[in-house]
Design a protein around this ligand. Structure first.
Ligand code: SF4
Length: 313
């Protein structure tokens, strides 16, 4: 039903978040080991109209005309890749603010394009930017985020700093820690020093909670996480809980479920909380989709995740 709108999905950082995919495919400047959307198919720093802004905006308007949609807590530009790569970003941001002025607009970004003056300008009317910066050690970036050739984390950090200085909205920085890669003392010291200057509104220290494109979750030990959370004294590293429960909104089409699972693997509970589904009905639907080989399950730490076969994983 929709190519670019998915969810709402339950986000630990934004509550019930209606996703807007600005790429329509796995297009990103990184190919992170932990990516929930699968391996990057086009790795690039080149901005282009990868997805037609008019089509995206038409879909969003149509989504809001649905009678039974659960109200999202945020509209989030993200999807299967780096949203700032879409050259239509500025127009999309402006129009979404007119379509849904009452819902905060958020952008997930890996920070790699924030040094671009035009990207900075296009993001100025957004309410929340959630940049990620997993490590300030270039060797760790190469191992974990696997960016486009020639991209140095020093330049990414400078771009992020310049952007934060002029951006009037909220900045929620994410540092995702993977055991044995970026949970090092060297990284902790560098990020701590960097944050003193950056002063984001919030720092979220996160870990892999779902199977990644190239690896299963490798979560640092509790004492390591505590060290990071204690050390980063400035803004607290709290992660907000998910939004309150939504009541079931009735039958949801298999396409809506598949579109949501294509962007991220989810448990039955996460899917139901995000989309406002009745768990019993959703379980029947998922069984049917699994039997038709349209979804498959992944077991991870006693949890069963569903993912779309279109993920290619
Ligand atoms: S996690 Fe984000 S930055 Fe990394 S490859 Fe996936 S979409 Fe790109």
């Amino acid at each position: 039903m929709f190519d670019y709108i998915f969810g709402p999905v339950l986000s630990s950082r934004l509550g019930r978040s209606l996703g807007v995919d600005l790429l329509g495919g796995r297009i990103c400047s990184f190919d992170c080991l932990y990516c929930e959307s699968g391996p990057t198919s086009l790795k690039t720093m080149h901005r282009a109209v990868y997805a037609d802004p008019d089509k995206i905006l038409e879909e969003l308007e149509a989504w809001f005309l649905q009678q039974d949609c659960p109200e999202p807590e945020h509209i989030t530009l993200g999807g299967e890749g780096e949203p700032c790569l879409n050259l239509g970003l500025g127009r999309i941001v402006q129009k979404i603010k007119r379509i849904a002025p009452h819902i905060p607009l958020a952008v997930l970004t890996n920070s790699s394009l924030l040094a671009d003056d035009q990207v900075q300008e296009e993001l100025m009317s957004v309410d929340v930017v959630l940049p990620s910066l997993d490590t300030l050690v270039q060797q760790e970036v190469l191992r974990l985020n696997r960016p486009c050739k020639g991209l140095h984390v020093r330049d990414v950090a400078q771009g992020l700093t310049r952007f934060c200085r002029k951006f009037p909205g909220k900045i929620y920085l994410e540092v995702l820690l993977v055991a044995g890669i970026n949970d090092t003392s060297e990284n902790l010291e560098r990020i701590n020093a960097f944050l003193k200057d950056l002063r984001p509104d919030r720092v979220d220290i996160t870990v892999m909670t779902r199977p990644g494109a190239h690896m299963q979750p490798a979560v640092p030990a509790e004492h390591v996480l505590n060290r990071w959370r204690t050390f980063l004294k400035g803004p607290r590293a709290d992660i907000p809980g998910p939004g309150g429960p939504v009541s079931a909104t009735g039958p949801v089409s298999p396409d809506t479920v598949l579109d949501s699972l294509r962007r991220r693997p989810q448990t039955l509970q996460q899917l139901c909380l995000g989309l406002g589904l009745d768990p019993a009905e959703a379980a029947v639907l998922l069984d049917r989709l699994e039997a038709r080989k349209m979804v498959r399950t992944i077991r991870d730490r006693e949890q069963k995740f569903y993912t779309s076969i279109r993920n290619g994983k």
